[in-house]
Design a protein around this ligand. Structure first.
Ligand code: C2E
Ligand code: CA
Ligand code: CA
Ligand code: CA
Length: 275
């Protein structure tokens, strides 16, 4: 009878329930991951389009889950944000990214993604100072990538945090540019050091002049404002050449290098040094 009861219960269980359960499990696993030091960083090259040099890497979080294999950050970052775990994870990412970058040749930068939640909890500036201090990394070699979610709410407080970071010498990049509703207006609100043009605008640029229009407009505007540009999601030589012709500063994508483990990134930099 007990067995039946359980089956009946499962049969009528609404699917919402299992989604909540899966989420709750993910939260527990995320806490474990932090405690057990399961997270890893991969590094994707930021390729200078004019001189062909790797001038930095974006740090991308990786989670080899003990039972489920690699879980995508697109899946676990939102859960980490909802549960507040992103603060501790963000601290971990900053510390490890700076530590790794301190091993690189002196002019190589590291870019770190920062969640809007890290701005709301207000520990970001202290985290950055601690990560720079512990690693000895020079502030101008750290680049903080923010998405428009950061600027959406509480703008005054956010802008003052960004200004504090810039005063430290840290560079600020606008990520996923062009995907939001008011991207252009953000360029007036804050003096970014770099704008990263979203992959959606890079995809078809080699297919004709009209496809290039947005990239051309953003690159032109940024150049005139003294803001560097990075094209995201560059997957082919055709795209690379078109972006170079538009005067885009950097390319990032599978064509110029996939995200890779730290040792591989370091080897790539050493190889570049001797060439
Ligand atoms: P993002 O910041 O826009 O990072 C770029 C994403 O595009 C990465 O996905 C990268 O692997 C992928 N990518 C790079 N080149 C190409 C390409 O040529 N083609 C295609 N199709 N994809 C490309 P990933 O590593 O899965 O990360 C997804 C997102 O998760 C990131 O998007 C970022 O929003 C978030 N994320 C990753 N690491 C962190 C972190 O440490 N902290 C926070 N807060 N968010 C992170
Ligand atoms: Ca990013
Ligand atoms: Ca991006
Ligand atoms: Ca993105």
């Amino acid at each position: 009878a007990k067995q039946d009861g359980r089956n009946i219960h499962r049969f009528f269980e609404p699917s919402m329930d299992s989604a909540i359960k899966a989420r709750r499990e993910l939260e527990i696993d995320l806490r474990q991951a932090l405690a057990n030091d399961e997270f890893r960083l991969h590094f994707q090259p930021l390729f200078n389009l004019q001189d062909g040099q790797i001038e930095g890497f974006e740090a991308l979080l990786r989670w080899p889950h003990p039972r489920h294999g690699n879980v995508s950050p697109a899946e676990f970052i939102p859960v980490a944000e909802e549960t507040g775990l992103i603060s501790a994870i963000g601290t971990w990412v900053l510390r490890h990214a700076c530590q790794e970058a301190a091993r690189w040749p002196k002019d190589t930068r590291v870019a770190v993604n920062v969640s809007p939640v890290q701005f709301r909890t207000r520990t970001l500036v202290l985290d950055v100072i601690a990560a720079l201090g512990a690693s000895g990394l020079s502030p101008n070699r750290l680049e903080i990538e923010i998405t428009e979610g950061v600027l959406l709410h509480d703008t005054d407080a956010t802008l003052s945090i960004l200004a504090d970071l810039q005063r430290l010498g840290v560079r600020i990049a606008m990520d996923d540019f062009g995907t939001g509703y008011s991207s252009l207006s953000y360029l007036r609100k804050f003096r970014f050091d770099k704008v990263k043009i979203d992959r959606a605008f890079i995809q078809d640029i080699h297919k004709g002049q009209d496809k290039l229009a947005v990239v051309r407009a953003v690159t032109g505007l940024c150049t005139s404002l003294g803001i560097a540009t990075t094209a995201e999601g560059v997957e082919s030589e055709e795209q690379l050449l078109a972006l170079k012709a538009e005067g885009c500063t950097q390319a990032q994508g599978f064509y110029t290098g996939r995200p890779m483990p730290a040792e591989q990134a370091l080897a790539l930099l050493h190889q570049q040094e001797v060439m």
